[in-house]
Design a protein around this ligand. Structure first.
Ligand code: HEC
Length: 271
């Protein structure tokens, strides 16, 4: 009798186990599709889900650009989700991880707090983090590059340094800091963060304004050299290039100096 019960319960288990598995699986899928629907209704009117063919009609950066920048700034999934949620409820320029020119171009995002709940946002943000595909070969730091990420021109531009002096003595402290913003070991205080954000803004705004001018000019000079242009003709351009690079380098040096002044020796060691 006991044996019979054992056999029956084993058989039942065999039937129920996969059933349970199926249930868990389908509920996970369901969660994804609800989250995606939430994104579609609450966010997609501004943030397109796939890379658009025509960037000129955009009213906000595409979702892939956002996720890419969020991942560049937060290497931990939970922190990334927290950031998206917090930004959507209370957008502030100082919080933003996209390029300053994104906000300049589209304006700061309007708060979505009357449009979506925190619980819904947590679902949306997790779905975005897990499902929005970012173009890995895309190295352009721009959320909304008009040229598309893979164009040769974009790659060439990236190799041009806007600075006169480079090397390990010239760390990109703002970038390194932003990546370690919530690092527990580093333990930045609110006061430090506030000051650092000001430095970040001044540095980024300054360098971002100079960088395209420098790239353009350096590319032009290189082209003229290849074409065998008379060096005399190139001198003024080289002069101009060195001036622009000097400006960018001064901004960079200031950034390093000011950042070091805010951080403790211990914090600098961690970085
Ligand atoms: C009315 C249009 C609009 C809607 C709706 C909207 N956004 Fe935005 N969002 C923007 C604009 C414009 C920007 C770019 C400027 C900025 O960063 O503030 C942006 C930027 C962002 C950023 C990047 C912030 C950064 O670092 O610069 C995140 C994250 C974001 N949105 C999340 C969301 C989520 C999640 C939703 C849906 C709940 C949503 N947005 C709905 C307009 C919108």
């Amino acid at each position: 009798m006991i044996n019979l019960i054992k056999v029956i319960s084993m058989k039942l288990n065999k039937i129920l186990m996969p059933l349970g598995l199926l249930l868990t699986l389908s509920s996970a899928l369901l969660a994804t599709s609800t989250a995606e629907k939430l994104f579609d209704t609450k966010c997609a009117s501004c943030h397109v889900k796939i890379k658009p063919a025509d960037f000129s009609t955009l009213i906000a950066p595409p979702a892939m650009g956002i996720v890419k920048h969020v991942k560049m700034n937060y290497n931990n999934r939970d922190e990334a989700i927290d950031f998206i949620t917090s930004f959507a409820l209370d957008p502030q320029e100082s919080k933003a991880v996209c390029m300053p020119k994104t906000i300049k171009k589209f304006g700061l995002m309007p708060s979505q707090k009357d449009n979506v709940t925190k619980a819904e946002l947590d679902q949306i943000a997790a779905w975005m983090y897990d499902n929005i595909k970012i173009n890995k070969s895309c190295n352009s730091k721009d959320c909304n590059s008009k040229k598309g990420c893979n164009s040769k021109k974009e790659k060439k531009k990236k190799n041009i340094s806007p600075f006169l002096i480079t090397g390990k003595e010239m760390p990109h402290l703002t970038k390194i800091l932003k990546m370690n913003w919530e690092n527990k070991e580093l333990n930045l205080s609110e006061k430090q963060k506030k000051k650092l954000l000001v430095i970040r803004k001044v540095t980024m705004d300054g360098v971002m304004e100079l960088k395209p001018q420098i790239s353009k000019l350096e590319t032009k000079i290189k082209m003229l050299i290849t074409e065998g242009t008379n060096p005399q003709k190139l001198y003024p351009m080289v002069q101009k290039l060195s001036k622009l690079k000097a400006e960018a380098t001064k901004i960079h040096i200031n950034c390093i100096f000011n950042t070091k002044n805010i951080l403790t020796i211990q914090q600098l060691k961690i970085l």
